[in-house]
Design a protein around this ligand. Structure first.
Ligand code: 6R9
Length: 652
């Protein structure tokens, strides 16, 4: 990308939404936080660290003497599970609901903080009995059930870093992750429920453990969730969770760990090479996830009901289902299944049932709901909602406005939160009681976070310019390294721009200095000498009333270097009438200018996505360039690609 011109500024979005006066008046965080952090960034984070209960208070904030290896609060000690559970019980909040669990088949459990304390203590005792000690890695391969949270907190309690692997990943993906982390115990379940059926998990573990490199796994702890018959059993190795955990004492004394003790490893697939084990540590991580959850969602723990719909196997689940909300003593919903099972209103039914006030989801889910039709959420009482969040991809302005209107009843601020597995917590986001929101923009770095947009030479671009998003100062929840590969950590994130963290995302700054994320740099297209972001063309397509979702890629083209090729999902009742693709091409040209007019538009039924809902443009590029498909192992549903390829001959 070295000599290519900066991203063109194509999209014009003029809509603005001010914070509701009442919310602004009672907001946890006001505009002064920016000033405080600006004046004394480290002092600001030292203050935030006081949200936690420490065994030994830290006297130093940041040690950056050996960049890019940061140490935060290095001489402090604490226990993460104590902070997420026990201290709330000690404060007299044992009866507060921590988790409203809603299983896909409709079974429910209500777990208070006192219940959670007992369960986490028992699980910690069980792991200790199995020989797990501080520093040992534990792989967790579970559905979205309370035991997943309990298992993670139990690991944290005894200082055993966990590595959660998506329940949807294959035996191969699981084996690679077990091997790389050198895990000693795997926690799994017989299965989970998905789209109305039990779906087995244990067979993938059995298969993974036949692969070389996984021999050091001593035990597999199996939660009984579906009750499927004929679970294969290895007598020496396998143990039922209920047999081992339920008989344990309900007390467990948490031990304090160093602030920089490893908390978890989470693998990100990346586009090439073997998955990167992103390492997060104890106190800096917990400080930032607790602070951001408090600030961005304006959490009032005594009255709010928070619901993050992410899978626990994604970083969003780690930070905003487990560690952030529980450190803050929140009440939250945990839902096992998919949004459309058994019907397309399931999520809204859950919001109504539990009186959810704060909802955090991904653009892909919002666009799916747009596709299913406005009448579905309209059937439910969603008036409890007061703040809506978005994460995972740029949210197209049209989807943002739909979310605010159809889900938020035009009352709720929408917070578009930019961050990564690597950043650990939210980095760029509006504050719901402060920021005048712009649909489609994550807008401003949070207090205490330093981010900017630079050009190819690493110079900050002026307002109105485009380039690459970088983080210019270390932050508490930053990854500490790639597990076992310091050199890859350095070269991946810290070598492109001297002294700054390169996030890998294209971005622009508008005239007010607000940041707009424009997708992964690898996805940026080069068309007749202009860099064009896939995000902007996708947003223009989604702004057309007939389009629910769009994925845009640049396909090699002899005349223009790359040609814009768009895959679109049409809204509910719209059919593929003649002239539709032409209408859409013209619409994009009108919105963004002729340079952005797609050469080809292909209506499809589904798009290839990862488990966290990100569109895998790389596979669409393979299709558009008539190549064999690359690695599909992190795709949710591989049949999607067959459907798309089957449509190709009739394209254009
Ligand atoms: C939390 C998470 C990170 C990548 C990131 C960027 C994209 C996430 C976004 C967003 C625009 C947002 N991304 N949030 N892009 N606006 N609000 O998603 O972590 O799975 O590691 O992905 O996701 O491209 O670099 P992760």
């Amino acid at each position: 990308m070295n000599e290519s011109p900066s991203l063109a500024n194509l999209l014009k979005e003029e809509r603005r939404f001010t914070p509701p006066a009442e919310l602004a008046a009672r907001a946890n965080v006001t505009a002064t936080a920016y000033e405080q952090a600006e004046n004394d960034r480290l002092g600001f984070w030292a203050t935030q660290a006081r949200r936690l209960t420490w065994g030994t208070e830290p006297t130093e904030t940041l040690d950056w003497s050996n960049p890019p290896f940061a140490k935060w609060f290095a001489d402090g000690k604490l226990n993460v599970a104590y902070n997420c559970v026990d201290r709330h019980v000690e404060a007299g909040l044992g009866d507060r609901v921590a988790i409203h669990f809603e299983g896909e088949p409709g079974d429910t459990r209500t777990i208070t903080y006192a219940d959670l304390q007992r369960e986490v203590s028992q699980a910690a005792n069980a792991l200790t009995e199995l020989g797990v000690t501080a520093g040992d890695r534990v792989a967790i391969y579970l559905p979205m059930i309370p035991e997943t949270i309990v298992a993670m907190l139990a690991c944290a309690r005894i200082g055993a870093p966990h590595s959660v692997v998506f329940g949807g990943f294959s035996a191969d993906a699981l084996a690679t992750r077990i091997e790389d982390a050198d895990a000693r115990v795997v926690i799994t379940a017989d299965g989970g429920f998905r789209k109305g059926n039990p779906s087995a998990l244990k067979p993938a573990v059995d298969e993974a453990l036949t692969r070389p490199g996984t021999e050091r796994v001593r035990h597999v702890l199996v939660v009984r969730r579906t009750g499927q018959p004929d679970v294969e059993w290895h007598e020496e190795r396998d143990l039922w969770w209920h047999e081992v955990v339920d008989r344990q004492p309900e007390q467990h004394t948490p031990q304090d760990f160093d602030a920089e003790h490893p908390l978890f490893i989470l693998y990100t697939s990346g586009t090439t090479g073997k998955p990167k084990g992103i390492l997060h540590t104890t106190a800096g991580y917990l400080t930032q996830v607790a602070y951001t959850h408090h600030a961005v969602f304006d959490l009032k723990p005594e009255s709010d009901v928070f619901w993050c719909t992410a899978d626990v196997g994604w970083v969003t689940g780690h930070s905003y289902i487990v560690y952030g909300p529980l450190a803050n003593g929140a009440t939250e919903v945990l839902y096992e299944g998919t949004p459309d099972s058994p019907h397309k209103g399931r999520w809204w039914e859950i919001v109504e049932k539990y009186g959810v006030t704060l909802l955090y989801t991904a653009p892909t889910a919002i666009r799916a709901c747009m596709k299913w039709g406005d009448e579905i959420p309209a059937k439910f009482d969603l008036t409890s909602l007061r703040i809506l969040g978005s994460v995972g991809e740029p949210i197209n302005p049209e989807a943002w406005v739909w979310y605010r209107h159809h889900i938020g009843g035009d009352r709720t601020p929408v917070v578009d939160t930019w961050w990564q597995t690597e950043t650990g917590g939210i980095m760029i986001s509006p504050l719901p009681g402060v920021t005048n929101a712009k649909p489609g923009s994550a807008q401003v770095p949070l207090p205490g976070i330093s981010a900017t947009v630079v050009d190819d030479e690493g110079q900050a671009v002026p307002d109105g310019g485009g380039g690459y998003l970088v983080l210019t100062d270390p932050w508490p929840a930053m990854l500490r390294t790639i597990w076992g590969d310091d050199e890859r950590f350095r070269s991946t994130y810290w070598s492109r721009f001297e002294g700054s963290y390169f996030a890998g995302d294209g971005a622009k700054k508008d005239e007010d200095g607000d940041v707009w994320l424009l997708g992964r740099v690898d996805d940026v297209m080069l068309v007749s000498g202009h860099n064009i972001s896939t995000t902007e063309v996708e947003s223009a397509l989604v702004a057309h009333p007939k389009v629910a979702e769009a994925a845009v890629v640049g396909a090699t083209d002899p005349e223009t270097t790359q040609a814009i090729c768009a895959f679109v999902i049409l809204r509910g009742a719209v059919t593929e009438a003649e002239g539709l693709t032409e209408e859409l091409r013209t619409h994009v040209a009108k919105q963004l200018g002729p340079i952005a007019k797609p050469k080809r538009i292909l209506p499809v039924a589904e798009l290839p996505k990862t488990r966290s809902g990100k569109i895998m443009r790389r596979l669409l590029r393979d299709v558009a360039e008539n190549r064999a498909l690359g690695d599909v192992s992190t795709l949710t549903d591989t049949s999607v690609m067959d459907l798309i390829q089957a449509k190709l001959p009739g394209a254009d």
